[in-house]
Design a protein around this ligand. Structure first.
Ligand code: KG4
Ligand code: ZN
Length: 339
């Protein structure tokens, strides 16, 4: 089963060709640079940019895979959650392609995409057969932490496409907290990778920062963000801000909060598998912290498959198609939840 998959929910335009939900044949991602100037995403600008580049990127993904549209079995696109104008561009384009080529169209939940990124492996390009020893599929049940620019969700994956919510953020998403702290420290957008980079040279114990003690599995990051703001203002008043130390202290606090609840959920639900997904899962300090606490290797996509991309949508689409067998109607929903 070969799927052409499109991701346009936010500010990356991604198109990929994926076989059987696992084997990446091609995966092209174009990040929108316009948002670096505004320091954040302007939805209309993002939607227009998707519209401008999507057709070219789709051609590029097909070319790189060495396949023509009529040689794929289905077309998939993200239908939510995300920015509604952006979702509409990808979903309408995908549906149009499917219609023109007489193929089924599959609308995909972006969050399922982040989960199923854990099923992917890089393939040999140009339609070559998959490697002889592909990595095994993750075992289910699993505890999954999805941490992106818009979500921080801890879920129990009970079976394929069966998710039980355990906890979520009650205020900012983890990626949003990284982005805001980065802006405060003058590190640019997107903030997560920049914070991680400068934190490498910092002392994570330099400044004690609060960890909100919420019961259960919910998260809260706004208190941490405010504490960083106050700290930076106080340091500014005294002289120069030790950016690396602040970044490292913040990163330590947020990764400890995420890791503590993830490890506790895995223990309480007695699951062997812990999966990560979403842009913040690219953070190596977060991976290390969770691994340390669960006491065994963590299953996590390579960083370029944690941030938004088309391949993860192709992976999730395969499992939708396997479940539902045919066309899955599209209605774009900006606030779509995990099933
Ligand atoms: O999943 P994603 O690409 O888009 C959404 O679905 O939101 O996640 C983007 C978020 C941004 O907030 C970005 O700052 C954060 O993921 N991010 C990181 C890292 N790479 C991306 N946060 C921490 N460390 C990173 N290395
Ligand atoms: Zn995402």
């Amino acid at each position: 089963m070969r799927i052409l998959a499109i991701e346009t929910s936010c500010d990356e335009t991604g198109v990929a060709v994926v076989d059987d939900g696992r084997h990446i044949i091609s995966n092209i991602v174009a990040s929108q640079l316009a948002h670096q100037e505004t320091g954040g995403i302007v939805p209309e600008v993002a939607a227009r940019e998707h519209l401008r580049v999507l057709d070219g990127i789709t051609q590029q993904a097909l070319n790189e895979a060495g396949v023509e549209l009529r040689a794929v079995d289905a077309v998939a696109a993200t239908v939510g959650p995300g920015l509604v104008g952006c979702l509409l561009v990808g979903a309408n384009y995908g549906r149009g392609l499917a219609l023109a080529a007489g193929l089924p169209f599959i609308g995909v939940n972006h969050l399922e995409g982040h989960v199923y990124a854990n099923w992917l492996y890089e393939g040999n390009h140009r339609g070559a057969p998959p490697p002889e020893n592909p990595p095994t599929e993750p075992d289910i049940p699993a505890v999954v932490l999805i941490v992106s620019g818009a979500h921080s969700d801890l879920v129990l994956m009970e079976g394929h496409r069966r998710f039980r919510p355990l906890g979520r953020t009650i205020d900012d998403a983890a990626g949003e907290a990284f982005d805001k702290v980065a802006r405060l420290l003058g590190l640019g957008f997107p903030g997560g990778p920049a914070v991680e980079r400068v934190a490498r040279d910092g002392d994570p114990t330099a400044f004690p920062l609060p960890r909100a003690a919420l019961s259960g599995y919910d998260f809260s990051f706004s208190g941490l963000k405010t504490a960083v703001l106050r700290l930076v203002r106080a340091l500014e008043a005294k002289g120069e801000v030790p950016v690396a130390d602040v970044a490292a202290s913040f990163q330590k606090a947020i990764t400890e909060i995420l890791a503590e609840k993830t490890a506790r959920a895995a223990a309480e639900h007695a699951v062997e598998t812990v999966l990560l997904g979403g842009g913040v899962a690219a953070n190596l300090a977060l991976r290390a912290e969770i691994q340390k606490r669960i006491g065994r290797p963590l299953r996590v996509p390579p960083p370029r498959l944690c941030t938004d991309n088309g391949a993860m949508i192709g992976a999730a689409a395969f499992f939708v198609l396997r479940d539902r067998g045919t066309d899955v109607p599209v209605s774009v929903r900006s606030d779509m939840k995990l099933a």
